[in-house]
Design a protein around this ligand. Structure first.
Ligand SMILES: Cc1cc2nc3c(=O)[nH]c(=O)nc-3n(C[C@H](O)[C@H](O)[C@H](O)COP(=O)(O)OP(=O)(O)OC[C@H]3O[C@@H](n4cnc5c(N)ncnc54)[C@H](O)[C@@H]3O)c2cc1C
Length: 410
């Protein structure tokens, strides 16, 4: 029996395993793939991701970004440079995730790769039926929490059984589900998502002159499909090119991607990787826990609804989940109940702000382009948001900004 089993060794899972092990729990980190593994992702680390990674990034960063080219559906290009602190750092997810998993192991977690989790089952203690086995909302009354805490104490002998393909079941006091957007644990916990997007992405090897042309510079294109955008991220000898937008517009997104690749002159280049992946944004108030199972990162639908930036959300929710899981496994009856509230306090305002911006952006993509390219100070502000010195949530609370946003969305 482990104190904590973490399912999935992406940023959320590795961060959870590391936090739980550091808190003194016995931790097993289960990963379906062999590491390093490819993950469909731009590999762009915003400032918050770099701050919360907790690993030495110096050997992982392929490019530091201080220039941004923005276009509106391939037109009206404008390039701006911001000297000094880089806005973004580019990594290969295979290398970044491997380093995170190594740091979890260094903290004391045991990593098992090639282990495919197929199901979860909560086993209650000998004293009665499960008290924590239903989806838990965020706003339970205080009396309910005390009762939940008492039930938890009564159930100290309870655990979660984790079924794995081709092997014996494993057991833990608490499980953290960090198995990504297509994993099983989100469904087990009852996570509801109200925004499902599809990302299409290719990684293209490029010649030295092309690599030089994009060195230190990213391209963002505000797309023709409502709420979509495209990116080009330089990674030294390779470029990552992708688009993301609502799954409802899958066919149009495919055309957008094809046109983008052609427009960049990469259509004759055989990509190193060419793949698609869903992202799912949780609905407000959606569960983050069911009994002794917590969910973090993409499994919980925690990512920015506008940019679909998810690494910083995965790292931060993973750490909170790992800490809560360890505290619960080691006897703190309130830890599991606290987890959703902590996530909501830290990530909730950022997700709310992302929803607001996405609503405006979906209706008026040209407005964002005009603000970024023509309005003094906006590019600098964008840079400070990306590098983590401020957040969209903080900016939306500024006097005047809220009323302007409300007027635009009406
Ligand atoms: C096209 C695209 C581009 C993106 N670009 C960026 C970007 O540039 N920057 C950014 O911040 N975010 C980006 N994101 C979002 C980001 O990739 C995710 O938010 C992030 O990977 C979430 O991390 P995670 O640990 O929650 O899940 P994941 O990284 O998906 O990790 C989940 C892990 O669980 C494992 N797993 C799944 N099922 C099982 C199972 N049954 N048993 C055991 N293991 C299992 C998987 O193999 C995987 O290793 C992008 C997303 C897409 C789709």
């Amino acid at each position: 029996m482990f104190d904590v089993i973490v399912i999935g060794a992406g940023p959320a899972g590795a961060s959870a395993a590391r936090a739980a092990a550091r808190a003194g729990a016995t931790v097993c980190l289960l990963e379906r793939a062999e590491l390093p593994r490819y993950k469909t992702c731009g590999g762009g680390l915003v400032g918050l991701s770099a701050d919360h990674a907790g690993v030495d990034l110096s050997n992982l960063v392929r490019a530091s970004i201080d220039q941004l080219t923005v276009t509106l559906n391939g037109r009206l290009a404008r390039t701006r440079r911001r000297p000094g602190r880089p806005m973004l750092s580019m990594v290969m997810r295979s290398e970044f995730d491997r380093a995170l998993a190594d740091s979890a192991c260094a903290a004391g977690a045991s990593l098992r790769t090639g282990v495919h989790v197929t199901g979860l089952r909560e086993v209650t203690g000998p004293t009665g039926p499960a008290g924590l086995d239903g989806p838990a909302g965020l706003d339970g009354p205080a009396g309910g929490e005390v009762r939940a805490a008492e039930r938890f104490q009564r159930q100290q002998a309870g655990c979660v059984e984790v079924s794995v393909r081709g092997g014996p079941d494993l057991r833990a006091r608490v499980v953290v589900g960090a198995d990504g957007a297509s994993g099983r644990t989100g469904g087990y916990v009852g996570v509801r998502c109200d925004q499902v997007d599809v990302g299409l992405e290719g990684e293209f090897p490029v010649s030295a002159p092309t690599a030089r042309r994009w060195a230190g510079r990213v391209l963002l294109d505000w797309g023709p499909v409502p709420g979509s955008y495209a990116w080009l991220f330089p990674k030294g000898e390779a470029l990552t090119v992708g688009v993301i937008g609502s799954r409802a517009h899958g066919g149009a997104l495919r055309s957008y991607y094809t046109d983008l690749v052609r427009g960049l002159g990469l259509d004759a280049v055989t990509p190193l990787h060419d793949s698609g992946h869903l992202t799912r944004v949780r609905a407000v108030g959606s569960p983050l826990r069911r009994g002794r199972v917590l969910v973090a990162g993409d499994a919980a639908g925690l990512l920015d609804p506008w940019t679909r930036e998810g690494i910083s959300f995965a790292l931060r929710s993973g750490r909170l989940a790992g800490e809560a899981a360890a505290r619960a496994a080691l006897g703190d009856p309130c830890a599991l109940v606290d987890y959703p509230r902590r996530v909501e306090a830290v990530l909730g305002p950022e997700m709310d702000a992302g929803r607001e911006v996405q609503a405006v952006y979906t209706r008026h993509p040209g407005l964002l382009h005009a603000l970024l390219t023509c309005m003094p100070g906006t590019f600098g502000l964008f840079g400070r948001i990306v590098d983590g010195r401020t957040t969209v949530a903080r900016q939306l609370r500024r006097p005047g900004v809220r009323s302007v946003t409300a007027a635009i969305t009406r």
